[in-house]
Design a protein around this ligand. Structure first.
Ligand code: THU
Length: 137
């Protein structure tokens, strides 16, 4: 792929590729996510469900855990890919999880049908619980 100027095409491709590895045995809802670290590294994740339903994990938190394990802690872009009819933003738990690291994160949701929506994380989670909240007692 010819590199795109803003790198969005590469992040979309990484999220879509991860989506194809999703394990959505129970919901049949495939999700892929790609987080871009400040140095440009893309780290992807997919949803991994489980017969014990609450043990399943979302694509975004899978990507976050993998990225942190590689030493990344600051991110500028999250792409969420699905084959839903409309782009889907991250769930509440995933919003909280990434907020910890990058409040101003740019969040893009894409579909395999070519639809796209975009937000800033602070708009998706306007009153977050943050590390500072712990010391405000
Ligand atoms: N899911 C994600 O991976 N990310 C989200 O932000 C929303 C939901 C997954 C969890 C579950 O495997 C499936 O989608 C249906 O909820």
């Amino acid at each position: 792929m010819t590199p795109s100027r803003d790198g969005i095409a590469e992040a979309n491709a990484a999220a879509l590729a991860a989506m194809r590895h999703a394990y959505p045995l129970y919901s049949h809802f495939r999700v892929g996510a790609a987080l871009r670290a400040k140095d440009g590294t893309l780290v992807a994740g997919c949803n991994v469900e489980n017969a014990a339903f609450p043990s399943g994990t979302c694509a975004e938190r899978g990507a976050l855990a993998a990225a942190v394990a590689k030493g990344h802690r600051k991110f500028d872009l999250l792409v969420v890919a699905t084959d839903a009819g409309e782009p889907t933003p991250p769930c509440g738990m995933c919003r909280q999880a990434v907020m910890e690291f990058s409040p101003k994160l740019r969040v893009i949701a894409v579909t395999t049908g070519g639809k796209r929506s975009e937000w800033v994380l602070t708009d998706l989670l306007p009153q977050p619980f943050t590390p500072a909240s712990l010391s405000s007692t």
